[in-house]
Design a protein around this ligand. Structure first.
Ligand code: 5AD
Ligand code: SF4
Length: 495
């Protein structure tokens, strides 16, 4: 991989705009670390940036439209700074590839999901081109002078027109960015990727096309990363994969399974809370449920997507389980951990979804009593199996079903939060509340959102908070004390 750090003789400012899931947040942290190591200056200020890089999501049409809308707005601002580069990576880049360049498109380069390592080079090529073509004005003179110094060693190499400005697919050398260089804004909390891609092919979903088949990271690499994180003060880790329960199935025989990996992670001193997403119902094992119940470091929260409460729709979605099988898993989970909070994903308005199907979803949500649900209106994705079915639920009806489900889930979420009022909970403090910077915000083991008054020095620490009231989405409490080490886990609750 080219290393530019020795040669960048003036700052080049890069701003990353991240859309979509936790995978993209982690990708953005890894890219930030990689760019910083290569001598770029990563900034959150998009107006000061020479390069804006979009880390995109294609799971729904809306996610793509958001990116295109934002890129369009930034393009207008290039009237004043024509040298600014707009780049795109992530799922949308992989799926749309070269079509995002040229014509009416505003992007200067495209890097697919397996080409993250080429981004520094693509940035330089695009920037050299823009700088060479930009007229000097009173607005951009200073920036052009600075960029001229930074780019001088690259101009000859980057300018020839045949230099490619896109890289997608999995043909060349694989992406091998070092996760350890990720720039994590909160050092006490980390996302760690345990696998990439998905081989499930749910009929509505574009992820297997955008991210490729499931590829597990070797366990020793993951555990080494966890140990490094723990030794630098990280206390909470969320293991990431589209389908964590099939971890290791693509690795050589004898490799460890997901529950075994989790058990090893729990042995690491310093790590106090372990979370993981996403668990698909068909693959969750008794072994995992037993481990969750007996291992106090594993948080009492499980993301366990149902997608629909109708067996007819589940079948059309290629979800590989029935509602009855799902309920059976939920019963096992709840009997092993009565205090477990469940979250899910649901899609309304899948092709052919009748009112009866939708009623089945409502009934399932009520029965399962989710603490939270991510609710989506079906969005037809080109190339997926479901895109061959007529998208026949009208948008107005999708909106109506979505709102009805939101109201039901809102009630259940509020009930869950209210059930904690009067109790004292261990909370990991994440920062200032976004709405009111005078108070602190954190999460319980159940991932409940908690706001309380406290000293900013508590940020990044575990605290005991007495819960006093609950609004539909937030618990309000008062700081009691710093908990003892033995209280940090849910040992007592599960014992
Ligand atoms: N339309 C609507 N929602 C979708 N999801 C995935 N694909 C689509 C689609 N085409 C939802 C699923 C998945 C979550 C990440 O996004 O619920 O679990
Ligand atoms: Fe998409 Fe299904 Fe894979 Fe999740 S499990 S990423 S919904 S194909």
């Amino acid at each position: 991989m080219a290393d530019f750090s020795a040669k960048l003789k003036a700052p080049v400012y890069v701003c990353l705009l991240t859309y979509g899931c936790q995978m993209n947040i982690l990708d953005s942290q890894i890219l930030s670390g990689n760019l910083a190591r290569q001598g770029f200056v990563v900034t959150e200020d998009e107006t000061a940036a020479d390069v804006v890089l979009f880390i995109t999501c294609s799971v729904r049409d809306l996610a793509e439209r958001k990116v295109l809308g934002k890129a369009g707005k930034l393009n207008v601002k290039r009237n004043r700074r024509p040298e600014v580069v707009l780049g795109v990576t992530g799922c949308m880049a992989e799926l749309k590839g070269e079509t995002l360049l040229g014509g009416k498109n505003v992007f200067d380069f495209v890097a697919g999901t397996h080409k993250r390592h080429l981004i520094p080079e693509l940035i330089l090529r695009a920037l050299c081109k823009r700088v060479a073509e930009s007229e000097v004005t009173s607005v951009n003179a200073e920036a052009l002078e600075r960029l001229g110094i930074a780019l001088a060693p690259y101009m000859d190499e980057c300018l020839p027109a045949e230099r490619k400005l896109f890289a997608v697919g999995r043909d060349e050398a694989e992406d091998s960015l070092d996760e350890l260089e990720a720039m994590r804004p909160r050092p006490w909390q980390a996302f760690v990727e345990i696998m990439r891609g998905c081989s499930n092919f749910c009929s509505y979903c574009v992820v297997p096309y955008a991210r490729g088949p499931e590829v597990s990271r070797p366990a020793d690499e993951i555990l080494a990363e966890l140990k490094t994180l723990a030794s630098s003060g990280c206390v909470e880790v969320t293991l990431l994969g589209q389908n964590v329960n099939s971890y290791g199935k693509d690795l050589p025989k004898g490799s460890i399974s997901f529950p075994e990996l989790l058990a090893e992670a729990a042995k690491i001193e310093g790590l106090k809370w372990l979370r993981f997403v996403t668990s698909n119902p068909q693959d969750i094992s008794d072994e995992l449920i037993d481990l969750m119940a007996s291992e106090p470091k594993i948080c009492r929260y499980l993301h366990f997507p149902l997608q629909s409460g109708s067996n007819r729709i589940l079948k059309m979605m290629n979800r590989k389980y029935s509602l009855e099988q799902y309920l059976e898993k939920v019963a096992k989970l709840k009997s092993a951990m009565p205090d477990l909070w469940l979250a899910g994903d649901l899609i309304v308005g899948f092709p052919g979804e009748t009112l009866e199907d939708f009623q089945a979803t409502l009934a399932a949500v009520e029965r399962i009593d989710y603490a939270n649900n991510f609710l989506f209106k079906y969005s037809e994705r080109p190339g997926t199996a479901a895109s061959k079915l007529p998208d026949d639920v009208p948008l107005e009806e999708k909106k109506r079903r979505h709102a009805e489900l939101m109201a039901l889930q809102g009630k259940l979420t509020h009930e869950h939060l209210k059930s904690l009022v009067g109790t004292t909970q261990t909370v990991l403090v994440e920062g200032h509340s976004k709405r009111n910077r005078a108070v602190l915000q954190g999460r319980t083991t159940h991932f409940a959102n908690v706001v309380f008054e406290g000293d900013p020095s508590l940020i990044g620490k575990f605290v005991s908070v007495k819960m006093e009231s609950a609004t539909p989405l937030t618990l309000y409490g008062s700081f009691e004390r710093l908990p003892g080490d033995e209280e940090l886990t849910n040992e007592k609750e599960s014992g």
